[in-house]
Design a protein around this ligand. Structure first.
Ligand SMILES: N[C@@H](CCC(=O)N[C@@H](CS)C(=O)NCC(=O)O)C(=O)O
Length: 214
């Protein structure tokens, strides 16, 4: 398998964690999102992913995009260890946490959105940073409330084994730290994040451990 990735991409980070949890080897293909105006925008990469986003996973003849779709594909083909729990209600809970991050938080602060705010709408760096912090805080506060008050939360987001929810949470917190956003108000998220990052599969997927890290 070949993963088109960028060390700082949190969407690619999710897939790296999932691949590691499954014990699957892969070739790392770096797509630098800022060098030369962004390698993701080049015609040759648009042939790999017309959305011009990472990650993409190539598995033999198949080329897959969208991190959650890739993670569920891996989970179906390689069921051990499972990244989704066994009951419909528990699976819905895990997917809801993952979607709250991947659909309601991450896209608002994606590189192309931030570039549009600054370069097309001319909102200025300070306002852009306020936008970034606002959507991180809004999302994390809701997740903290949800996870802290639910008995299904355990060592990890759902129970005592990592799931797709944790695979999404850790990269989102890494983004928040990179933007120097204070995280003290989210003790449950920080506790889960620490439990995850103590695992080798999460640690090896971290941005600073990737071959294209600078
Ligand atoms: N929903 C997509 C999001 C992918 C995405 O937004 N990737 C970002 C990096 S985290 C990207 O490639 N950004 C390039 C850009 O904004 O130009 C997924 O989960 O795979």
């Amino acid at each position: 398998m070949k993963l088109y990735s960028f060390f700082r991409s949190s969407a690619a980070y999710r897939v790296r964690i999932a691949l590691n949890l499954k014990g699957l080897a892969y070739e790392y293909a770096s797509v630098h999102l800022s060098r030369g105006g962004g390698e993701q925008l080049r015609p040759e990469y648009r042939k790999v992913n017309p959305q011009a986003l990472v990650p993409v996973l190539q598995d033999g003849p198949r080329s897959l995009n969208q991190s959650l779709a890739i993670i569920e594909y891996l989970d179906e083909l390689h069921p051990e260890p499972p990244l989704l729990p066994s009951t419909p209600a528990a699976r819905a809970r895990v997917r809801a946490i993952a979607l709250a991050i991947c659909c309601d938080m991450h896209p608002l602060n994606n590189l192309r959105v931030l570039r549009y705010l600054v370069h097309t709408l001319n909102i200025g760096e300070e306002a852009k940073d306020a936008w970034y912090r606002h959507w991180i805080d809004t999302g994390l506060a809701a997740l903290e409330g949800q996870l802290a008050s639910d008995a299904s939360t355990g060592t990890f987001c759902h129970g005592d084994v990592p799931t797709m929810a944790d695979v999404c949470l850790v990269p989102q917190l890494a983004n928040a730290r990179r933007a120097d956003i204070p995280l003290d108000s989210y003790p449950t998220l920080l506790r889960i994040d620490a439990s995850c990052r103590a695992l080798d599969a999460f640690a090896r997927a971290a941005p600073e451990r990737q071959p294209d890290a600078d």
